[in-house]
Design a binder for this molecule. Structure first.
Ligand code: 6R9
Length: 657
């Protein structure tokens, strides 16, 4: 146990991990980069003028009068401006002569099941769907719940809502009937759009029965619009309307009305770790401005050359902002994949990269660590020389996972952009720029131009370089959430009450010696060891830096001596054998990497970790295991059997020292 360093003020969060590797931007990429260092200077000199420039990349039916009205914590951007999001994402590309350009290459999970949609196709399909919604009585401001697999009708449905000013609420297709019902109720949706099912892991997986169960308890729902995808048997209810009956017979002409910049675009529920889901509300002009600008800047998108693929599900914010709105506003060509990475084999992702010659790839640390576990030989079989920039989002990326990704997927040539943001922020906030930033593995680096972020201590004072604490955003940004649907007070309490005048996202972070930002995980997960606040991220990264470890999760468990002690759950890499001395080996490795204070009390080798449906590790459940409690609420787990597998491992857990 390390004593407090004399003369050293206890920090809000310890900074233990030091990383010296640097990756310069590729020379050619830097020379032709969309965004250069000048953008930071420009935005620092006049932040609002900078965002006006970004908004001018869109087509406005009426230009705004006032850029920002800030009645903290309530923001309005581009006041008086009017635009149509679907027009910006679809029609204007057709009008400007890009109608034959591919918007989406869609790859179904069953091999050979593909569709190609040009911007012309998208315009007809979205217009027909908009006309169909109108026929069903959906009007501007009405809420539409969308519960669908990853098929082209999903972005089409979202854009049809946006076109007529209806507010979509997409609910991830893996959620239960109860979760769906509570979201339909909270938003008071009058229409649900769904499908019979989708393909998951080689089989048709039904969605409609879940909708039927939910809608049976939602009298406000007038219709259920059903896409036929799998052809499975569907029980008919009197609210059902088939997409192919209704949408196909509509006119493919629809004139998009302009909407106010502050009209709501969508609600997206975020469950977080506890409590009732929060309906995050995004509006029109500011949201589209920031998603489009960041997609162009962070991926250095060259719309005429790039093939872009974001592997997220559209049911999460990453899919909303970086499969649908950002890429389409920029006129990009994207890949959408319906299924899982191991169907029918573990090389499926790389086969898709090779097939479509993907140049820009955006995925999550949970996937990267899974690929590490499966082994380097799998991606090595494919030609991925088309790739140019590779991105990460969803959790802190461990330095070792970053380096693995860079080498094995990015051919040691592609910059890795680690993008920090949230459902609430709507778009990327902190990220390297591929043509500017000299990347550090594991660091999200700098706030993007126009974003003012900081790390503060308990009292809200900015920490010096080398210090850790709480991430905050100091100034409003265009794609920020406007409120929590129907609950302004909860919006204030959740995000604006911890620190006066600052947005608090709930994440820990540190500034390294150069002032670059590192994300350290949710502050609820921070461990208090002998008076030191230690982040889960740093200990997990130290574990993942051991050649035998693919993935790790650590928690603080009550300890009579140190207050809390670190208990680690690790998944070994494909090639590593579980041996008797692995626990001792890993404990020493962490002590050597971070110092004795961070040495785990226990190491448990497990086959899987508990994760949310979007792939984030749920440490709360591991804490229950580590403290020998019965495991708490598992309803947000992607796979609830995982906890049984982990609990079985517990008797073998050895406490050393
Ligand atoms: C986009 C998305 C948000 C939370 C966020 C943070 C974590 C996301 C991260 C990251 C470290 C990154 N997170 N990106 N942590 N580095 N690059 O994931 O939205 O589902 O709302 O989650 O995810 O903890 O607060 P959402």
């Amino acid at each position: 146990m390390a004593p407090e360093t004399p003369g050293n003020e206890p920090q809000a969060l310890s900074n233990l991990l030091h990383e010296n590797r640097r990756f310069e931007p590729p020379v050619e990429l830097a020379a032709a980069a969309n965004v250069t260092e000048a953008a930071y200077t420009q935005a620092a000199a006049d932040r609002l003028a900078f965002w006006e420039g970004a908004a001018d990349r869109l087509t406005w039916a009426k230009r705004w009068e006032t850029t920002l009205e800030w009645n903290a914590p309530f923001a309005k951007w581009f006041i008086g401006g009017e635009l149509n999001v679907a027009y910006n994402c679809v029609d204007r590309h057709v009008e400007e002569g890009r109608g034959d350009k591919v918007a989406y290459y869609w790859e179904g999970e069953p091999e050979g099941d593909t569709r190609v949609l040009t911007y012309n196709d998208l315009k007809s399909e979205v217009s027909k769907a908009a006309n169909a919604l109108l026929e069903l009585g959906v009007r501007k401001g009405d809420r539409v719940a969308v519960y669908m697999p990853m098929i082209p009708e999903l972005p089409i449905a979202m854009l049809a809502c946006a076109r007529i000013g209806a507010i979509h609420s997409v609910v991830f297709g893996g959620f239960s009937a109860t979760a769906l019902k509570s979201r339909i109720d909270d938003a008071d949706a009058k229409l649900v759009i769904t499908a019979d099912g989708g393909y998951r892991r080689g089989n048709p997986s039904a969605l409609k029965p879940t909708v039927d169960e939910a809608v049976a308890q939602c009298p406000q729902v007038e219709h259920v619009l059903v896409v036929r995808r799998t052809g499975q048997n569907v029980a008919a209810t009197d609210k059902d309307v088939w997409w192919h009956d209704l949408v196909e017979r509509q006119s493919d002409q629809h004139t998009p009305e302009p909407h106010d910049a502050e009209d709501p675009l969508y609600i997206l529920y975020t469950s977080g770790t506890t409590g009732r889901p929060k309906g995050i509300l995004h509006t029109t002009g500011g949201y589209l401005t920031q998603t489009a600008w960041t997609h162009d800047a962070v991926f250095d998108l060259k719309p005429d050359k790039d093939i872009y693929w974001c592997t997220a599900d559209i049911g999460w914010v990453t899919g909303h902002s970086y499969i649908v709105y950002g890429p389409l506003a920029n006129g990009a060509t994207s890949v959408i994949y319906e299924g899982t990475p191991d169907t029918p084999h573990r090389g499926r992702f790389w086969e898709i990269v090779q097939k479509y010659k993907v140049t820009l790839l955006y995925t999550a640390p949970t996937a990267i660590r899974t690929f590490m576990k499966w082994g380097d030989d799998i991606p090595a079989k494919y030609d991925m020389s088309s790739l140019r920039v590779i991105g990460s989002v969803g959790e802190p990326i461990n330095p070792e996972a970053y380096v693995w990704y860079r080498e094995n997927i990015g051919g040691s040539r592609c910059p890795v952009v680690d993008t920090w943001w949230q459902t609430e922020t709507g778009a990327v906030m902190i990220s390297p720029l591929p043509g500017v930033t000299s990347g550090k593995p594991g660091a999200a680096m700098r706030p993007l131009p126009g974003i003012v972020a900081d790390v503060v201590d308990d009292q809200g004072n900015s920490v010096p370089n080398g210090g850790g604490g709480f991430l905050v955003i100091r100034e409003p940004w265009p794609s920020m959430l406007r409120t929590i649907w129907g609950d302004d007070q909860r919006y204030i309490d959740t995000y604006w009450s911890r620190f006066e005048g600052m947005y608090f996202p709930g994440d820990g972070a540190k500034k390294d010696e150069d002032g670059d930002l590192w994300l350290l995980g949710r502050v609820d997960d921070v461990m208090l060891i002998s008076g030191h606040n230690i982040s889960t991220t740093e200990v997990e990264s130290a574990l993942v830096s051991h050649p035998k470890v693919a993935e790790a999760a650590v928690v603080g468990a009550t300890d009579p001596v140190t207050g809390q002690a670190i208990v680690s759950f690790v998944i070994l890499r494909g090639t590593a054998e579980e041996s008797d001395d692995i626990a001792a080996d890993l404990r020493n490795h962490v002590a050597k990497t971070l110092g004795p204070i961070a040495k785990p009390r226990q190491i448990l080798v497990v086959p899987e970790l508990p994760k949310t449906r979007s792939g984030k590790i749920m440490r709360r459940l591991l804490r229950d295991v580590a403290e020998n409690r019965s495991v708490g609420d598992v309803t947000t787990l992607a796979d609830s059997t995982v906890m049984d597998l982990i609990s079985e491992k517990l008797p073998s857990a050895k406490s050393e020292d």
